[in-house]
Design a protein around this ligand. Structure first.
Ligand SMILES: *[C@@H]1O[C@H](CO)[C@@H](O)[C@H](O)[C@H]1NC(C)=O
Ligand SMILES: *[C@@H]1O[C@H](CO)[C@@H](O)[C@H](O)[C@H]1NC(C)=O
Ligand SMILES: *[C@@H]1O[C@H](CO)[C@@H](O)[C@H](O)[C@H]1NC(C)=O
Ligand SMILES: *[C@@H]1O[C@H](CO)[C@@H](O)[C@H](O)[C@H]1NC(C)=O
Ligand SMILES: *[C@@H]1O[C@H](CO)[C@@H](O)[C@H](O)[C@H]1NC(C)=O
Ligand SMILES: *[C@@H]1O[C@H](CO)[C@@H](O)[C@H](O)[C@H]1NC(C)=O
Ligand SMILES: *[C@@H]1O[C@H](CO)[C@@H](O)[C@H](O)[C@H]1NC(C)=O
Ligand SMILES: *[C@@H]1O[C@H](CO)[C@@H](O)[C@H](O)[C@H]1NC(C)=O
Length: 459
């Protein structure tokens, strides 16, 4: 665990950069014990003319969701300080808190979701994309939510992993939280563990910074943590991730429909798939874009890829979440640099245009009209496990005119053990590759943990 003082120093520039935010910098520089006393916070709130809510857990261990909602929706909905001193809040019912205005939340306790799967399946609320659903809608303007490295959202996910039995995309299986219409806000120093499905999605949101975030969904049984994405962005602009640690069983961070100006800095991802751009083109005849993505200083350990781009085929078969295709649009201006890869499980860089979660991925790969262009991976070094032969697998669709301006420079990824540089560059329809030469065009070789291309095992 990083020391509190270094976390505070690390968090300061982000707080200062957003001048429209409430100034809680003084508060942050006090020690964490003082920060937990009610009188201390009451004074802070009074000095700033804010409403004040100090929300203790229900004394009898009952459902804390009503009290949390009462604070965030009613008593301390605007110009407020809300403190959750802890230790444990039992979340037994779904929550909607969408209209916070100028609110600072300090969370020291653990929000622990109950394990009543039938109940959660019956109430999970639509996210509005790919039939995804959630048990908490959270939104507002000028919100700071600070977990001080202690505040935790715990989805009690093991019951979900055992229930899902490693099957993907089960209907109504909810993600932990959906940041929805959240603007000009900062989420920081929060921990997200054992998420029920995806950890979180950010939808219809702009100008949100998420700093010093810890995500860990780990299964102790034979069943996997498939679908425990760290964070997906959808219909959102200007979202910045700094200093994330993610250990999970699916995408670390994924960009989905209409995401722009997304950045990831100084982060560590392990065990999942890596950074996902997509999937795209799942909705028949719908246009979408993913543009201006930037990632820098990323370490990945035991992930499938550094990053992968994936669109559906141009032919629509079936419906989301598991079927689809026929969408079009563009993914462009995507840059990932200064990457360390430790024991990558498959091709470090991957792109393809025939996604399908129903078990038949890899068909009609030349039919998509979705364009992918201006994608650069720079200064990537490290290792892959034995069995991986390819540096890249790029399957670009002929119908889209192929991929333009794909660049790989400063590439130094070797086999662990032999120290041999990866030298197979497997491409289809890659126009003017920069920094590399395509050596062959082969149908996909399945990696060690693949059961069918990029089909059923991730989204
Ligand atoms: C809980 O879920 C039900 C069903 O999705 C929904 O009608 C209701 O508005 C939700 N309540 C809250 C507080 O989120
Ligand atoms: C996904 O949502 C669409 C639209 O609401 C619905 O028609 C379809 O049946 C859902 N699919 C699944 C697998 O739940
Ligand atoms: C994630 O959680 C597992 C189980 O608690 C633990 O063994 C592992 O060290 C954690 N990973 C990180 C990166 O903290
Ligand atoms: C890169 O990120 C790591 C955290 O993963 C951080 O410790 C390190 O200082 C960063 N390096 C640079 C040059 O910013
Ligand atoms: C995605 O963006 C495009 C271009 O602005 C727009 O036409 C489309 O409606 C957006 N899609 C959704 C579902 O909002
Ligand atoms: C590419 O994206 C970066 C942000 O990552 C942005 O600063 C730059 O202006 C974009 N370039 C173009 C040509 O849109
Ligand atoms: C290349 O990336 C490594 C991190 O893997 C970093 O330490 C180094 O400074 C980067 N080199 C340049 C020239 O940016
Ligand atoms: C997706 O997979 C299903 C089989 O599960 C298959 O029938 C369908 O043709 C595939 N769709 C595409 C676009 O490849």
């Amino acid at each position: 665990m990083v020391s509190l003082s270094s976390l505070i120093l690390a968090a300061l520039p982000a707080a200062l950069a957003l001048s429209s935010l409430p100034h809680d910098v003084d508060v942050m520089s006090r020690d964490a014990n003082a920060a937990q006393s009610e009188a201390y916070w009451a004074n802070q709130a009074a000095a700033q003319n804010r409403h004040f809510c100090y929300v203790r857990p229900n004394a009898n261990g009952g459902d804390d969701a009503p009290a949390i909602m009462d604070a965030l929706n009613n008593r301390c909905n605007s110009n407020s300080f809300v403190i959750f001193p802890g230790p444990v809040y039992n979340i037994q019912t779904n929550m909607t808190t969408l209209d916070l205005q100028n609110v600072v939340i300090h969370q020291f306790g653990r929000f622990l979701w109950s394990t009543d799967i039938d109940y959660w399946l019956s109430v999970s609320m639509p996210v509005g994309f790919q039939n995804q659903s959630t048990v908490w809608y959270f939104g507002g303007n000028n919100v700071i939510w600070d977990g001080w490295g202690k505040g935790t959202l715990d989805g009690n996910g093991q019951v979900w992993y055992d229930w899902a039995k490693s099957q993907g995309n089960l209907a109504h299986r909810p993600m932990n939280i959906n940041f929805r219409t959240l603007k000009n806000s900062v989420i920081r120093r929060l921990r997200f563990v054992q998420s029920q499905m995806w950890t979180m999605a950010i939808t219809y949101s702009q100008h949100v910074d998420l700093d010093d975030i810890y995500v860990n969904s780990t299964s102790t049984s034979q069943w996997s943590t498939l679908n425990t994405d760290g964070c997906d962005t959808i219909f959102s602009d200007s979202i910045t991730f700094r200093r994330w640690t993610i250990s999970n069983g699916d995408d670390a961070i994924a960009l989905k429909m209409n995401s722009s100006n997304i950045a990831v800095y100084d982060s560590y991802f392990e065990n999942g798939q890596g950074i996902a751009i997509g999937s795209m083109g799942q909705y028949n005849n719908q246009y979408e874009y993913l543009e201006n993505f930037y990632a820098r200083n990323i370490t990945l350990k035991n992930t499938a890829h550094v990053s992968y781009l994936k669109t559906w085929a141009g032919i629509s078969r079936g419906y989301p979440p598991n079927g689809g295709g026929g969408g079009y649009g563009v993914a462009r201006n995507i840059t990932i640099e200064n990457v360390k890869l430790i024991g990558g499980r498959q091709q470090p860089f991957f792109a393809w245009q025939c996604e399908n979660y129903s078990g038949f991925a890899g068909q009609d790969c030349d039919s998509s009209l979705f364009k992918m262009e201006d994608v650069a991976w720079r200064n990537v070094s490290g290792t892959v496990v034995s069995g991986v032969t390819e540096a890249v697998y790029f399957q670009c669709s002929a119908a889209a005119g192929g991929c333009d301006n794909f660049e790989v420079t400063g590439f130094d990824v070797v086999h662990a053990g032999t120290n041999q540089l990866l030298s197979v560059w497997d491409c289809f329809n890659v126009n003017n590759p920069q920094g590399f030469t395509c050596t062959e065009s082969q149908t996909p070789k399945l990696g060690p943990d693949e059961t069918g291309g990029h089909g059923p095992d991730n989204k």
